[in-house]
Design a protein around this ligand. Structure first.
Ligand SMILES: [Cu+2]
Length: 106
């Protein structure tokens, strides 16, 4: 009986870890990200939503997390899950003035 309770407790802990991961959307509009910086937790997801009538190519060369979402048109979004704590600098390959800093916390 005690073993069963331990298993249930473990399951509850694992489920609660899953539930706390959040999802955010950062828009790309008027050649800018909708925020200049954002603070998230490890495991959170950011959706990069293009709201401009032209292409954006969101990428990061950061050591914390490297990614390149390619170029995509208005109305499309691509998601990135951040699994490492640290600072992630995000840019657009087409518009050099676009810049976003993400702080991923433990
Ligand atoms: Cu752009």
């Amino acid at each position: 009986m005690k073993l069963l309770i331990n298993k249930i407790t473990l399951l509850a802990v694992l489920l609660s870890i899953n539930v706390v991961a959040d999802e955010f959307t950062i828009g790309q509009k008027n050649k800018a990200f909708s925020k200049e910086n954002i603070s998230i937790k490890k495991g959170d997801t950011i959706h990069f939503l293009n709201e401009d009538p032209f292409f954006h190519n969101v990428f990061s060369l950061s050591d914390t997390q490297f990614f390149d979402l390619g170029s995509y048109p208005k109305g499309e979004s691509k998601a990135v899950v951040f699994n490492e704590a640290g600072k992630v600098e995000v840019e657009c390959a087409i518009h050099s003035e676009m810049f976003l800093t993400i702080e991923v916390k433990e």
